[in-house]
Design a protein around this ligand. Structure first.
Ligand SMILES: Cc1ncc(COP(=O)(O)O)c(C=O)c1O
Length: 383
């Protein structure tokens, strides 16, 4: 790591920070197409559950290799509605990881279900061994929520085998993994049901909030549709208790339909950026938990594990490069829920990851010059 004495001459000469994200840089042609699509929605006078929503649901299901998609208001609602749709009820146990930003915990808690946390492996996703052990030791688990964190598909085929053996439902949380592929299958097509977020910074993001539930099971889809609209079977008739209003509106659906056409190209650019970082740091001891050559990784967040995080962050700052930590607090350490645990879960890999991970800039619109600057900074790290 460079010390004060051998800092680069350029230090302090960077007028602009290389940001973690900048949504204003959206491709001009894509932006113009979105403006026209949104303008058509405005002119149509139909703003909720119309032709754009209907078309997006079909197009996104097809993209994911699933039969059905239900647009909802955001990714957290999508997890909650998916869980309700597979029969999770108050008091049920839902197994998940504790390093993924508390979104699944929020959804499970909203139902009154109890999250049970398992450890992660070197890819920072759910550990197969930890899941298997937990399911053998914990009777009565209703569902597993498998988050494909940072854009990296988890070991989903093995995990599906385990949940099937235990007769437990697998819900994939794909909020960070739109378009990730393993064995010719896309994120969201492995479990009984999947959730997506279209928060603006996601690999597929709208211009506001949005989300989706994806499944090939028509009964799950039917229930998800009901839960997303007051529990209605038909208009004004509530046949499902626990329903709510969670809808993807026409403007967001129109935005998503335009952006979906560029998703694969944007994912490829994200992988290219991470590849450049990995190659630039070949001579030092930074650990890169994800392989940018693999289509099972779509570079939602570029995670590095440097030997000394504080020194690394300071070094990158001296090159005008933004960094962050996703996420700095495990689910079981969140202040509002501390009282819920008789004792703190022992998940050593989770604790270690939270202490050591750091996020680097990675979004499709980063310029080559910005990527080069990050590479230069990485190459200057000596240990
Ligand atoms: C892994 C994961 N799951 C769920 C969510 C929740 O999505 P939303 O912010 O749209 O509610 C997010 C996004 O922020 C996420 O990153």
């Amino acid at each position: 790591m460079s010390r004060a004495g051998d800092l680069p001459k350029e230090r302090g000469s960077f007028e602009e920070t290389v940001p973690l994200s900048d949504l204003r840089r959206l491709d001009r042609h894509v932006l113009e197409t979105i403006r026209q699509a949104v303008s058509s929605v405005i002119d149509s006078g139909w703003y909720v559950h119309g032709v754009e929503h209907e078309a997006f649901q079909k197009e996104f299901a097809a993209y994911c290799g699933a039969d059905l998609c239900i647009g909802v208001a955001n990714g957290t609602d999508a997890i909650e509605i998916a869980l309700r749709s597979v029969g999770v009820r108050p008091g049920d146990q839902v197994v998940t990881v504790a390093n993924a930003g508390f979104y699944t915990s929020t959804a499970a808690r909203a139902i009154g279900a109890v999250p049970v946390y398992v450890d992660i492996d070197a890819t920072l996703n759910m550990s197969v061994e930890s899941l298997d052990r937990t399911l053998r030791e914990t009777p009565g688990v209703k569902a597993v929520v498998l988050t494909h964190l940072y854009g990296q598909l988890a070991n989903v085929t093995e995990i599906k085998g385990i949940t099937d053996r235990h007769g437990i439902v697998l819900v994939e949380d794909c909020a960070q993994a739109h378009g990730a592929v393993f064995d010719g299958r896309k994120a969201g097509s492995f479990g009984q049901v999947a959730s997506f977020s279209f928060y603006p910074t996601k690999n597929l993001g709208c211009m506001g909030d949005g989300g989706a539930v994806v499944t090939s099971d028509p009964e799950i889809a039917e229930r998800a549709k009901r839960y997303s609209q007051y529990g209605w079977g038909k208009k004004y008739e509530v046949i499902e208790a626990g329903g709510r209003n969670s809808r993807l509106d026409e403007m967001q659906a129109a935005v998503l339909r335009v952006k979906l056409r560029s998703l694969d190209a944007w994912n490829a650019r994200r992988r290219q950026i991470v590849k450049a970082y990995v190659e630039a740091s070949a001579a030092n001891r930074i650990v890169w938990p994800h392989d940018p050559a693999s289509s099972s990784y779509v570079g939602h967040l570029c995670i590095a594990i440097p030997p000394d995080r504080d020194a690394f962050v300071e070094h990158m700052r001296s090159y005008g490069i933004a960094t962050a930590v996703h996420y700095p607090i495990s689910d079981f350490d969140q202040p509002a829920y501390l009282a819920q645990f008789e004792r703190r879960p022992e998940l050593p890999m989770t604790d270690q990851a939270i202490r050591t991970i750091v996020t680097l800039p990675c979004f499709p619109e980063l310029t080559d010059q910005e990527v080069d600057r990050v590479c230069q900074a990485l190459a200057k790290i000596s240990s």
